[in-house]
Design a binder for this molecule. Structure first.
Ligand code: KIV
Length: 270
């Protein structure tokens, strides 16, 4: 699905259902289940490679999985993460790496952070690359942020996230993805910018929602090195497979729940 089509859908008041996806088989299934955007997330470092965080993902990993997803998808839009180290050094390096993901089949790339990343986003957009800005909790900065913590709780940090979102919107990003921020802040941002917002742990007022596919299926149990019973799934995750008897119907139920605004509930928000 083109970005124009997604914007038309939002203009008609429809919510955007986004889901992570890393391979052709799931891409085919999610596409058929009506997922609007398949996110080839660098969460694959945790979900597929078994790491503690997303930091050990290379541009080659992202190209490989983007190609796999593109092979299976036909209707869905494909968003690919620029992995840590592939865009922060210089905007020129960012452009070279973004072009690799587009060549692999991505329609849009996602970068994490506001501040100095605004110039990078602008440079990519000026060179014809559609960009999604990931704000709030940014997993590639997990060490700097002191762990998996909700962001934007104080007035000052909420203002900073809002300002980053406005700055990213001004340079023309295609989406702003908000992770683990108070629902009220996500609502304010959604009302303040033109770009559609996609939330994960950001309340029901965003223009769309994203989940990690393995969280939706209730099968992610933490890093490979940790015992599954020590894993506590995040507040924003919901297992849709418990109420459905196939993966296909669980994904369809997620899409429907996003579209009719029954997911996320207050219990999934901050
Ligand atoms: O990599 C990823 O899966 C993501 C989501 C958590 C939004 O960025």
């Amino acid at each position: 699905m083109s970005l124009e089509r997604i914007n038309a859908l939002i203009a008609d008041g429809e919510k955007v259902a986004m889901l992570t996806c890393y391979d052709a088989t799931f891409a085919k299934l999610c596409d058929a289940a009506g997922v609007d955007v398949l996110l080839v997330g660098d969460s694959l470092g945790m979900v597929l490679k078994g790491a503690e965080d997303t930091l050990d993902v290379s541009i080659e990993d992202m190209e490989y999985h983007t190609k796999s997803v593109a092979a299976g998808a036909s209707a869905s839009c494909i968003m690919s993460d620029m992995p840590a180290g592939s865009y922060e050094l210089s905007k020129e390096t960012a452009l070279i790496n973004a072009k690799k993901l587009i060549a692999a089949g991505a329609d849009i790339v996602k970068i994490e952070g506001g501040g100095e990343m605004v110039n990078t986003a602008q440079y990519l957009i000026e060179h014809g690359i559609a960009v999604c800005a990931h704000l709030g909790f940014t997993p590639q900065s997990v060490k700097k942020l002191g762990g998996y913590r909700i962001q934007g709780k104080t007035d000052e940090s909420a203002q900073n996230i809002l300002q980053d979102a406005v700055a990213m919107d001004k340079v023309g990003v295609g989406f702003v993805l908000l992770e683990m921020v108070p629902a009220l802040l996500a609502k304010t941002i959604t009302e303040s910018i033109n770009a559609p917002t996609i939330g994960i742990g950001a309340g029901a007022d965003c223009d769309g929602q994203v989940l990690v596919l393995q969280d939706l299926l209730g099968i992610y149990t933490g890093p490979a090195s940790k015992k599954p019973e020590t894993f506590k799934s995040p507040r924003f995750a919901k297992n849709f497979l418990t109420e459905n008897n196939s993966i296909q119907s669980a994904v369809q139920a997620y899409v429907e729940a996003v579209k009719n605004n029954t997911f996320p509930g207050k219990e999934h928000s901050y």
